[in-house]
Ligand binder design. Structure first.
Ligand code: PGA
Length: 253
């Protein structure tokens, strides 16, 4: 019913030559992966075009890791959604916790980015997730609800059909400390209920919700076995084609 997706967020890793090689290795190994799993890789912007061209015609989709909140103009150092789309990329990650934290991206900015991405034909992978102190204070549901309400609830139902959600508890990103499958399921179910209340059952049931945060070949099976977990947004492990593909093979039959 809804898509199973494994997306690799390479972050600020690989040179163009290394990225090109990694992308082709992923593409080669993907031949052994079930066809009902969508594979996406998000290389750094310097090599998105190169990789999108090299993977054209393959089953691997290419994503940006971020886009500007403006269409075009005097924004030194920024890259627009139109530019990213023109490379052949189909997706863009919006609101990753590293963008929220280090670049102070707030919900107002993220809503602009989601809108601009969609108006240029890019499918947003919208990230949400609580920090450790918020979980410890038992505020994780409240925090995630606010992040979703501030951005996704501002979209129309038709727009919402073109959004992928990634739940990434900040305390699990790059820390080796993953959420338990139960913690992931509990939050994914909660997010789906939020989407259902706002947009109805059909959209809630067809929205893919990915888990992110220290997802590895040895824990993906358990996490992906949960009903409301539709795949993963993979950081560290996506830098190894073998690990990334092993994760993509971790869905229940
Ligand atoms: P990680 O990163 O898999 O290295 O924890 C996930 C992410 O930030 O998307």
């Amino acid at each position: 019913m809804r898509k199973r997706i494994v997306a690799g967020n390479w972050k600020m890793n690989t040179t163009p030559a290394q990225g090109y090689e990694l992308a082709n290795e992923v593409s080669e190994l993907s031949k052994s992966t079930p066809n009902n799993v969508e594979l996406i890789i998000a290389p750094p912007l310097t090599h998105v075009a190169l990789i999108a061209q090299s993977l054209a015609g393959s089953r691997i989709k290419v994503s940006g890791q971020n886009c500007a909140a403006w269409e075009k103009g005097a924004y030194t150092g920024e890259v627009s959604a139109e530019m990213i789309a023109s490379t052949g990329a189909s997706h863009v990650i919006i609101g990753h916790s590293e963008r929220r934290e280090y670049f102070k991206e707030d919900s107002e900015t993220l809503l602009k980015k989601v809108n601009i991405a969609m108006s240029n034909g890019l499918m947003p992978i919208f990230c949400c997730g609580e920090k450790l102190n918020e979980r410890d204070a038992n505020e994780h549901f409240k925090v995630v609800e606010q992040q979703i309400a501030d951005v996704l609830f501002k979209l129309s139902a038709n727009e919402m059909k073109n959004v992928i959600i990634a739940y990434e508890p900040v305390w699990a990103i790059g820390t080796g400390r993953t959420a338990s499958p139960e913690q992931a399921q509990e939050m994914h179910e909660f997010i789906r209920q939020l989407i259902e209340k706002k947009f109805g059952n059909e959209i809630a049931q067809s929205t893919s919700i990915l888990y992110g945060g220290s997802c590895k070949p040895d824990n993906a099976k358990e996490i992906f076995s949960k009903t409301d977990v539709d795949g993963g947004l993979i950081g560290g492990a996506s830098l190894s084609a073998k690990d990334f593909i092993a994760i993509a093979k971790s869905f229940p039959k």
